[in-house]
Design a protein around this ligand. Structure first.
Ligand code: PHE
Length: 340
Protein backbone atom coordinates (compact mmCIF):
# COMPACT_ATOMS: atom_id res chain seq x y z
CA UNK A 1 0.00 0.00 0.00
CA UNK A 2 2.91 2.25 0.78
CA UNK A 3 4.12 1.77 -2.77
CA UNK A 4 0.66 2.34 -4.17
CA UNK A 5 0.39 5.64 -2.29
CA UNK A 6 3.81 6.73 -3.48
CA UNK A 7 2.96 5.98 -7.12
CA UNK A 8 -0.35 7.72 -6.86
CA UNK A 9 1.36 10.75 -5.35
CA UNK A 10 3.98 10.94 -8.12
CA UNK A 11 1.53 10.38 -10.95
CA UNK A 12 -0.94 12.92 -9.65
CA UNK A 13 1.75 15.60 -9.30
CA UNK A 14 3.11 14.90 -12.74
CA UNK A 15 -0.35 15.15 -14.29
CA UNK A 16 -0.99 18.40 -12.47
CA UNK A 17 2.21 19.95 -13.71
CA UNK A 18 1.14 19.24 -17.27
CA UNK A 19 -2.37 20.59 -16.79
CA UNK A 20 -2.84 23.83 -18.71
CA UNK A 21 -6.57 24.30 -18.31
CA UNK A 22 -8.84 24.52 -15.32
CA UNK A 23 -10.92 21.65 -16.74
CA UNK A 24 -7.88 19.37 -16.67
CA UNK A 25 -7.26 20.23 -13.03
CA UNK A 26 -10.86 19.38 -12.25
CA UNK A 27 -10.67 15.99 -14.01
CA UNK A 28 -7.48 15.19 -12.09
CA UNK A 29 -9.28 16.05 -8.88
CA UNK A 30 -12.13 13.69 -9.82
CA UNK A 31 -9.70 10.97 -10.83
CA UNK A 32 -8.23 10.87 -7.32
CA UNK A 33 -10.83 12.36 -5.02
CA UNK A 34 -14.11 11.64 -6.81
CA UNK A 35 -16.55 9.09 -5.41
CA UNK A 36 -14.71 6.30 -7.19
CA UNK A 37 -11.40 8.13 -7.19
CA UNK A 38 -8.14 6.32 -6.55
CA UNK A 39 -7.40 8.15 -3.32
CA UNK A 40 -10.97 7.67 -2.15
CA UNK A 41 -10.63 3.93 -2.75
CA UNK A 42 -7.39 3.74 -0.78
CA UNK A 43 -8.86 5.63 2.15
CA UNK A 44 -11.85 3.30 2.09
CA UNK A 45 -9.54 0.28 2.07
CA UNK A 46 -7.97 1.31 5.39
CA UNK A 47 -10.55 -0.67 7.30
CA UNK A 48 -9.20 -3.88 5.89
CA UNK A 49 -5.70 -3.33 7.30
CA UNK A 50 -4.44 -4.90 10.48
CA UNK A 51 -4.55 -2.97 13.74
CA UNK A 52 -0.76 -2.41 13.71
CA UNK A 53 -0.60 -1.23 10.13
CA UNK A 54 -3.70 0.99 10.14
CA UNK A 55 -2.30 4.03 12.05
CA UNK A 56 0.94 4.11 10.02
CA UNK A 57 -0.82 3.78 6.69
CA UNK A 58 -3.51 6.19 7.85
CA UNK A 59 -0.91 8.85 8.64
CA UNK A 60 0.85 8.32 5.32
CA UNK A 61 -2.40 8.42 3.35
CA UNK A 62 -3.41 11.68 5.09
CA UNK A 63 -0.05 13.19 4.32
CA UNK A 64 -0.38 12.30 0.62
CA UNK A 65 -3.96 13.55 0.54
CA UNK A 66 -3.02 16.91 2.04
CA UNK A 67 -0.13 17.33 -0.36
CA UNK A 68 -2.29 16.53 -3.36
CA UNK A 69 -5.10 18.81 -2.22
CA UNK A 70 -2.65 21.63 -1.80
CA UNK A 71 -1.09 20.99 -5.21
CA UNK A 72 -4.55 20.95 -6.81
CA UNK A 73 -5.44 24.31 -5.22
CA UNK A 74 -2.17 25.89 -6.28
CA UNK A 75 -2.46 24.75 -9.87
CA UNK A 76 -6.04 25.98 -10.01
CA UNK A 77 -5.08 29.41 -8.69
CA UNK A 78 -2.22 29.71 -11.16
CA UNK A 79 -4.40 28.80 -14.13
CA UNK A 80 -7.14 31.19 -13.04
CA UNK A 81 -4.65 34.01 -12.97
CA UNK A 82 -3.41 33.04 -16.41
CA UNK A 83 -6.94 32.97 -17.74
CA UNK A 84 -7.56 36.57 -16.58
CA UNK A 85 -4.31 37.65 -18.16
CA UNK A 86 -5.34 36.14 -21.48
CA UNK A 87 -8.76 37.75 -21.25
CA UNK A 88 -7.24 41.15 -20.59
CA UNK A 89 -5.00 40.76 -23.59
CA UNK A 90 -7.93 39.85 -25.79
CA UNK A 91 -10.20 42.70 -24.73
CA UNK A 92 -9.83 46.17 -26.32
CA UNK A 93 -10.95 48.13 -23.34
CA UNK A 94 -9.65 47.38 -19.89
CA UNK A 95 -10.73 49.98 -17.41
CA UNK A 96 -8.52 48.52 -14.70
CA UNK A 97 -5.35 49.05 -16.66
CA UNK A 98 -3.45 52.12 -15.49
CA UNK A 99 0.11 51.57 -16.54
CA UNK A 100 -0.41 53.27 -19.96
CA UNK A 101 1.14 56.70 -20.02
CA UNK A 102 -1.38 59.53 -20.21
CA UNK A 103 -1.39 61.41 -23.50
CA UNK A 104 -1.17 65.13 -22.88
CA UNK A 105 -3.52 67.42 -24.77
CA UNK A 106 -2.44 70.57 -26.55
CA UNK A 107 -3.73 73.81 -28.02
CA UNK A 108 -6.20 73.57 -30.89
CA UNK A 109 -4.43 74.10 -34.26
CA UNK A 110 -6.43 77.27 -34.75
CA UNK A 111 -5.33 78.70 -31.41
CA UNK A 112 -1.76 77.63 -32.16
CA UNK A 113 -1.94 79.58 -35.42
CA UNK A 114 -3.49 82.56 -33.67
CA UNK A 115 -0.77 82.63 -31.05
CA UNK A 116 1.95 82.20 -33.64
CA UNK A 117 0.57 85.14 -35.62
CA UNK A 118 0.27 87.31 -32.52
CA UNK A 119 3.81 86.45 -31.42
CA UNK A 120 5.16 87.44 -34.81
CA UNK A 121 3.45 90.82 -34.62
CA UNK A 122 4.62 91.29 -31.03
CA UNK A 123 8.18 90.84 -32.33
CA UNK A 124 7.44 93.54 -34.89
CA UNK A 125 6.47 95.98 -32.14
CA UNK A 126 2.70 95.50 -32.05
CA UNK A 127 0.59 95.29 -28.89
CA UNK A 128 -2.16 92.65 -28.58
CA UNK A 129 -5.59 93.94 -27.57
CA UNK A 130 -8.82 92.07 -27.02
CA UNK A 131 -12.44 92.99 -27.64
CA UNK A 132 -16.03 91.72 -27.52
CA UNK A 133 -17.76 89.46 -30.03
CA UNK A 134 -21.08 91.21 -29.35
CA UNK A 135 -20.51 94.65 -30.81
CA UNK A 136 -22.41 97.86 -31.48
CA UNK A 137 -23.65 98.61 -35.00
CA UNK A 138 -21.85 101.91 -34.52
CA UNK A 139 -18.40 100.27 -34.08
CA UNK A 140 -18.97 97.49 -36.60
CA UNK A 141 -20.31 99.71 -39.41
CA UNK A 142 -20.95 103.45 -38.82
CA UNK A 143 -17.63 104.50 -37.33
CA UNK A 144 -15.94 102.39 -40.01
CA UNK A 145 -17.44 104.64 -42.68
CA UNK A 146 -19.82 101.97 -44.01
CA UNK A 147 -22.69 103.61 -45.88
CA UNK A 148 -26.16 102.79 -44.53
CA UNK A 149 -27.00 100.91 -47.74
CA UNK A 150 -23.83 98.77 -47.77
CA UNK A 151 -24.86 95.17 -48.55
CA UNK A 152 -22.90 93.71 -45.61
CA UNK A 153 -25.31 95.59 -43.27
CA UNK A 154 -28.25 93.71 -44.69
CA UNK A 155 -30.40 91.68 -42.28
CA UNK A 156 -29.53 88.56 -44.27
CA UNK A 157 -25.78 89.22 -44.11
CA UNK A 158 -25.40 89.87 -40.41
CA UNK A 159 -26.59 88.39 -37.12
CA UNK A 160 -28.39 91.26 -35.39
CA UNK A 161 -29.21 91.04 -31.71
CA UNK A 162 -31.29 94.19 -31.83
CA UNK A 163 -31.23 97.36 -33.95
CA UNK A 164 -28.05 98.64 -32.35
CA UNK A 165 -26.24 95.41 -31.47
CA UNK A 166 -24.87 92.52 -33.51
CA UNK A 167 -22.36 89.69 -33.59
CA UNK A 168 -19.34 91.41 -35.12
CA UNK A 169 -18.93 90.62 -38.82
CA UNK A 170 -15.17 91.32 -38.74
CA UNK A 171 -12.46 92.33 -36.25
CA UNK A 172 -12.28 95.85 -37.75
CA UNK A 173 -14.41 97.39 -34.94
CA UNK A 174 -11.26 96.82 -32.85
CA UNK A 175 -9.71 99.64 -34.92
CA UNK A 176 -12.36 101.99 -33.54
CA UNK A 177 -12.00 100.75 -29.95
CA UNK A 178 -8.20 100.97 -30.08
CA UNK A 179 -8.12 104.48 -31.56
CA UNK A 180 -10.77 105.76 -29.14
CA UNK A 181 -9.15 104.15 -26.08
CA UNK A 182 -5.46 104.50 -26.87
CA UNK A 183 -5.28 107.48 -29.28
CA UNK A 184 -2.43 108.03 -31.74
CA UNK A 185 0.24 106.89 -32.29
CA UNK A 186 -0.55 103.19 -31.96
CA UNK A 187 0.36 99.78 -33.30
CA UNK A 188 -2.03 96.96 -32.36
CA UNK A 189 -3.25 93.54 -33.41
CA UNK A 190 -6.44 91.89 -32.20
CA UNK A 191 -7.75 88.44 -33.01
CA UNK A 192 -10.95 86.55 -32.35
CA UNK A 193 -14.23 85.17 -33.61
CA UNK A 194 -16.40 86.85 -36.22
CA UNK A 195 -19.83 85.87 -37.53
CA UNK A 196 -21.69 85.91 -40.86
CA UNK A 197 -24.79 83.93 -41.85
CA UNK A 198 -22.93 81.97 -44.54
CA UNK A 199 -24.00 78.48 -45.51
CA UNK A 200 -21.51 75.86 -44.35
CA UNK A 201 -19.24 74.30 -46.97
CA UNK A 202 -15.55 73.32 -47.32
CA UNK A 203 -14.35 76.90 -47.00
CA UNK A 204 -17.23 78.72 -45.27
CA UNK A 205 -18.54 78.68 -41.74
CA UNK A 206 -20.95 81.14 -40.04
CA UNK A 207 -18.28 81.55 -37.37
CA UNK A 208 -14.65 82.06 -38.25
CA UNK A 209 -11.56 83.90 -37.01
CA UNK A 210 -9.74 87.05 -38.01
CA UNK A 211 -6.69 88.95 -36.92
CA UNK A 212 -6.87 92.72 -37.26
CA UNK A 213 -3.81 94.95 -37.43
CA UNK A 214 -3.67 98.73 -37.16
CA UNK A 215 -0.82 101.21 -37.25
CA UNK A 216 -1.43 104.95 -36.84
CA UNK A 217 1.41 107.42 -36.74
CA UNK A 218 2.80 110.50 -38.45
CA UNK A 219 3.92 109.85 -42.01
CA UNK A 220 2.68 106.26 -42.35
CA UNK A 221 2.39 105.29 -46.05
CA UNK A 222 1.27 102.47 -48.31
CA UNK A 223 4.96 101.47 -48.58
CA UNK A 224 4.96 100.74 -44.82
CA UNK A 225 1.84 98.59 -45.23
CA UNK A 226 3.31 96.57 -48.10
CA UNK A 227 6.64 96.08 -46.35
CA UNK A 228 5.01 95.06 -43.06
CA UNK A 229 2.84 92.45 -44.77
CA UNK A 230 5.72 91.16 -46.89
CA UNK A 231 7.94 90.70 -43.84
CA UNK A 232 5.10 88.99 -42.00
CA UNK A 233 4.27 86.59 -44.86
CA UNK A 234 7.91 85.57 -45.32
CA UNK A 235 8.42 85.12 -41.58
CA UNK A 236 5.28 83.06 -41.21
CA UNK A 237 5.25 80.95 -44.39
CA UNK A 238 8.90 81.05 -45.52
CA UNK A 239 11.36 83.26 -47.41
CA UNK A 240 10.34 81.96 -50.84
CA UNK A 241 6.75 83.21 -50.46
CA UNK A 242 5.63 86.04 -52.74
CA UNK A 243 2.71 88.40 -52.23
CA UNK A 244 0.38 89.95 -54.78
CA UNK A 245 -1.56 93.12 -53.95
CA UNK A 246 -4.81 93.48 -55.92
CA UNK A 247 -6.90 96.70 -55.81
CA UNK A 248 -10.11 96.23 -53.83
CA UNK A 249 -12.80 98.20 -52.03
CA UNK A 250 -13.41 98.49 -48.29
CA UNK A 251 -15.41 101.46 -46.89
CA UNK A 252 -12.89 102.01 -44.07
CA UNK A 253 -9.66 102.07 -46.10
CA UNK A 254 -8.60 104.08 -49.13
CA UNK A 255 -6.83 102.85 -51.16
CA UNK A 256 -7.71 99.26 -50.37
CA UNK A 257 -6.15 96.00 -51.45
CA UNK A 258 -6.61 92.27 -51.23
CA UNK A 259 -3.48 90.24 -50.80
CA UNK A 260 -2.74 86.83 -52.32
CA UNK A 261 0.18 84.62 -51.27
CA UNK A 262 2.13 82.02 -53.27
CA UNK A 263 0.37 78.65 -53.09
CA UNK A 264 2.00 76.65 -50.29
CA UNK A 265 1.48 73.33 -52.07
CA UNK A 266 3.04 74.03 -55.49
CA UNK A 267 5.11 77.08 -54.49
CA UNK A 268 3.65 79.00 -57.41
CA UNK A 269 3.92 76.39 -60.16
CA UNK A 270 0.16 75.80 -60.31
CA UNK A 271 -1.71 72.80 -58.90
CA UNK A 272 -5.24 71.59 -58.13
CA UNK A 273 -5.22 73.30 -54.71
CA UNK A 274 -4.75 76.78 -56.23
CA UNK A 275 -6.80 76.08 -59.37
CA UNK A 276 -3.56 76.27 -61.36
CA UNK A 277 -3.12 79.97 -60.57
CA UNK A 278 -0.07 79.53 -58.29
CA UNK A 279 -1.73 81.77 -55.66
CA UNK A 280 -3.66 81.23 -52.42
CA UNK A 281 -6.41 83.83 -52.72
CA UNK A 282 -7.82 86.40 -50.32
CA UNK A 283 -5.76 85.63 -47.25
CA UNK A 284 -5.73 89.31 -46.33
CA UNK A 285 -7.67 92.54 -46.78
CA UNK A 286 -5.79 95.77 -46.17
CA UNK A 287 -5.51 99.46 -46.93
CA UNK A 288 -4.76 102.97 -45.71
CA UNK A 289 -7.14 104.01 -42.93
CA UNK A 290 -9.85 106.24 -44.42
CA UNK A 291 -9.60 109.86 -43.15
CA UNK A 292 -13.26 109.69 -42.07
CA UNK A 293 -12.46 106.76 -39.76
CA UNK A 294 -9.58 108.69 -38.14
CA UNK A 295 -11.94 111.67 -37.70
CA UNK A 296 -14.66 109.46 -36.20
CA UNK A 297 -12.14 108.47 -33.52
CA UNK A 298 -10.94 111.99 -32.78
CA UNK A 299 -7.65 111.69 -34.66
CA UNK A 300 -6.65 114.52 -37.04
CA UNK A 301 -6.13 113.05 -40.53
CA UNK A 302 -3.98 116.05 -41.49
CA UNK A 303 -1.46 115.06 -38.80
CA UNK A 304 -1.77 111.29 -38.67
CA UNK A 305 -2.17 108.53 -41.20
CA UNK A 306 -2.40 104.79 -40.78
CA UNK A 307 -2.77 101.41 -42.36
CA UNK A 308 -4.95 98.47 -41.37
CA UNK A 309 -5.18 94.83 -42.36
CA UNK A 310 -7.42 91.90 -41.55
CA UNK A 311 -6.50 88.29 -42.14
CA UNK A 312 -8.50 85.11 -42.01
CA UNK A 313 -6.89 82.90 -39.38
CA UNK A 314 -8.84 79.80 -40.44
CA UNK A 315 -7.71 80.19 -44.06
CA UNK A 316 -4.13 80.71 -42.94
CA UNK A 317 -4.22 77.60 -40.75
CA UNK A 318 -5.75 75.63 -43.64
CA UNK A 319 -3.06 76.81 -46.07
CA UNK A 320 -0.32 76.19 -43.54
CA UNK A 321 -1.41 72.67 -42.52
CA UNK A 322 -2.96 71.62 -45.86
CA UNK A 323 -6.47 71.26 -44.38
CA UNK A 324 -9.08 71.07 -47.14
CA UNK A 325 -12.30 71.33 -45.12
CA UNK A 326 -12.89 74.15 -42.61
CA UNK A 327 -15.47 71.98 -40.79
CA UNK A 328 -12.61 69.82 -39.47
CA UNK A 329 -11.40 72.81 -37.47
CA UNK A 330 -14.69 73.04 -35.58
CA UNK A 331 -15.65 69.34 -35.34
CA UNK A 332 -13.39 68.62 -32.34
CA UNK A 333 -12.72 65.11 -33.55
CA UNK A 334 -9.77 63.87 -31.54
CA UNK A 335 -8.45 61.81 -34.48
CA UNK A 336 -8.06 65.08 -36.39
CA UNK A 337 -6.84 67.27 -33.53
CA UNK A 338 -4.15 64.91 -32.25
CA UNK A 339 -2.27 65.32 -35.56
CA UNK A 340 -1.15 68.85 -34.69
N1 PHE B 1 -12.54 93.76 -42.31
C1 PHE B 1 -12.21 93.34 -43.65
C2 PHE B 1 -12.92 92.01 -43.94
O1 PHE B 1 -13.44 91.39 -43.03
C3 PHE B 1 -10.70 93.12 -43.80
C4 PHE B 1 -9.93 94.39 -43.67
C5 PHE B 1 -9.40 94.77 -42.47
C6 PHE B 1 -9.75 95.20 -44.77
C7 PHE B 1 -8.65 95.94 -42.36
C8 PHE B 1 -9.01 96.36 -44.69
C9 PHE B 1 -8.48 96.70 -43.48
O2 PHE B 1 -12.98 91.56 -45.06
Amino acid sequence: MREQLQNLHDQALEALEKANHLEEVESIRLKYFGKKGEMTQILRGMGKLSKEERPKMGALANEVREKLEKALEERKALLEEKKIDLQMEAEDLDVTLTKETIRLGHRHPLLQTMEELENLFIEMGFTVVDGPEIESVENNFDALNSPKDHPSRDLSDTFYIDEDTLLRTHTSPMQIRAMKNLGAPLRIVSSGRVFRPDDVDDTHSPMFHQLEGLVVDKGVTMANLIETLNVFIKEFFGEEMQTRFRPHYFPFTEPSTEVDVTCMKCKGAGCEVCNYTGWSLELLGAGMVHPNVLKNCGIDPDVYSGFAFGLGIDRIAMVKYGIKDIRLLFGNDDRFLRQF
